[in-house]
Ligand binder design. Structure first.
Ligand SMILES: *Cc1c(COP(=O)(O)O)cnc(C)c1O
Length: 430
């Protein structure tokens, strides 16, 4: 028997007040959503065009094992990434364990003892601190004699051009820009802003390699950092470009010389891109990349919806409900541990996998406070799937992202609101 939509939401645990509140918010988001759909359409065509140009065929999905010599599907996929991102070359491999690994390989492959790495977007993502050696760590770039310097973004989130000019010196071999805010409260950088900063760096010294940490940014805009002068960019396949299907992996795209150097680090000098078996994952990589523009759009709609729901209820949200988007992460400040916990429990309760478990805050290694995480994901730790986490410390913010489909993202946000409502943390008119 077909229930009406309200009944079905009610069966799922969403009360009529919560559903009605969400619907009122959505009435005002039509134009926003249309723009997101148009972006998805543009990026979908871009990906299909790349697949057609590279003559993707059914043979590309065949597997290889052992050394992986002559794995044409693997090589063709790298051509597709390069074509879609308008770059010379790409390295797209299941042997790249995560986003941190992709970035680390790009850095270590291109830096040599005595070189300096300069971050021009402030402190890099937490896990990169040990890669670089900002926090002393075994095997870091610092141990290999690569020094590090950093220029923070200005108060308003823009690049500090004057500071960059002062920081660049003859040893500056590479600059790094992190597009997404990650778990900071600064604004995410737009591709246009990144392009301006790269042009500025190149005007000081055109030989400096400009690398962008593109995690969470892919397909949010019509262009990518490689369209505006980035020599290298890297990211994770269990975020946007894997489209939810890739079970592992990372990518590096950019100038051939620099991608090759990264490959000599990922495998070995001499072997580079020639080895590395694809072990049966290629179809998921291709198909995930194909779906990625639409999946990213679903995640973006979820982020915009959440921003507007919680802004309306008086909570600080970053980005705010109206701002343009350059990544898929949404932060909501609840101001209390109870708010963070209720939100994450709602996201978990709406998941297709592990919906019956109740996440609780715990002392995770590497964090200086308890953290609560919600993720009922098909791929473990995948953050293109609907997921949230919140450190239990002021300002008691949750960071959430993903949703492979818009209806799921919507359900997750309504369920988070339901939990806050049931706990009396928010009040909704009936
Ligand atoms: C996720 C992320 C990383 C690291 O990726 P992992 O897959 O978690 O190793 C690096 N930088 C940014 C901005 C990220 O969002």
């Amino acid at each position: 028997m077909r229930q009406n939509m309200e009944q079905l939401y009610s069966t799922m645990g969403i009360s009529p007040e919560v559903k009605a509140f969400g619907d009122r918010i959505l009435e005002n988001l039509k134009e926003r959503f249309d723009a997101i759909d148009e972006m998805a359409e543009y990026n979908q065509l871009k990906v299909i065009h790349a697949m057609q140009t590279c003559r993707v065929s059914a043979e590309c999905f065949q597997t290889s094992s052992g050394y992986g010599y002559n794995d044409t599907g693997r090589d063709r996929l790298e051509d597709v990434y390069a074509a879609a991102f308008h770059a010379q070359a790409a390295l797209v491999r299941p042997q790249i364990a995560c986003g941190t690994h992709a970035i680390a390989v790009a850095l270590a492959g291109n830096l040599r003892p005595g070189d300096e790495l300069l971050s021009i977007s402030g402190k890099p993502y937490d896990t990169l601190e040990e890669v670089i050696g900002i926090r002393p760590s075994v095997g870091s770039l610092a141990e290999y004699g690569v020094t590090y310097a950093q220029v923070d973004l200005l108060e308003d989130g823009s690049f500090d051009l004057e500071g960059i000019r002062r920081a660049v010196n003859p040893r500056t071999k590479m600059i790094e820009i992190q597009r997404s805010k990650g778990y900071q409260t600064r604004p995410t950088l737009s591709v246009a802003q990144i392009g301006e900063a790269i042009a500025y760096v190149k005007s000081i010294n055109p030989a400096i390699i400009c690398m962008v940490d593109n995690c969470y940014g892919e397909f949010v805009e019509a262009t990518e950092p490689t369209d505006v002068g980035a020599d290298l960019m890297a990211g994770s396949l269990i975020k946007n470009p894997g489209g939810g299907l890739a079970p592992i992996g990372g990518y590096i795209v950019g100038k051939k010389e620099y991608v090759d150097r990264a490959a000599y680090r990922l495998t070995t000098p001499g072997l580079g891109k020639e080895v590395g078996a694809s072990l049966g994952v290629l179809q998921s990589f291709y198909q995930g990349f194909f779906l990625a523009p639409v999946v990213t759009a679903a995640a973006l709609k979820g982020a915009v919806f959440a921003a507007n729901v919680y802004e309306k209820l008086g909570f600080p949200v970053v980005p705010d409900g109206k701002e343009s988007r350059h990544d898929i992460i949404q932060a909501v400040e609840f101001g209390t541990p109870e708010g963070v916990i209720a939100f994450c429990q709602g996201i978990q309760a709406a998941a297709p996998v592990d919906s019956y478990v109740t996440p609780e805050p715990w002392a995770m290694p590497g964090y200086d406070s308890d953290v609560i995480m919600a993720a009922g994901a098909f791929v473990q730790g995948s953050s293109i799937e609907l997921s949230a986490d919140g450190p239990i410390k002021p300002p008691y913010a949750v960071y959430f992202q993903g949703g492979l489909t818009w209806p799921h993202a919507k359900l997750g946000i309504l369920m988070s609101l339901q939990k806050l409502y049931e706990k009396g943390i928010v009040i909704l008119e009936r």
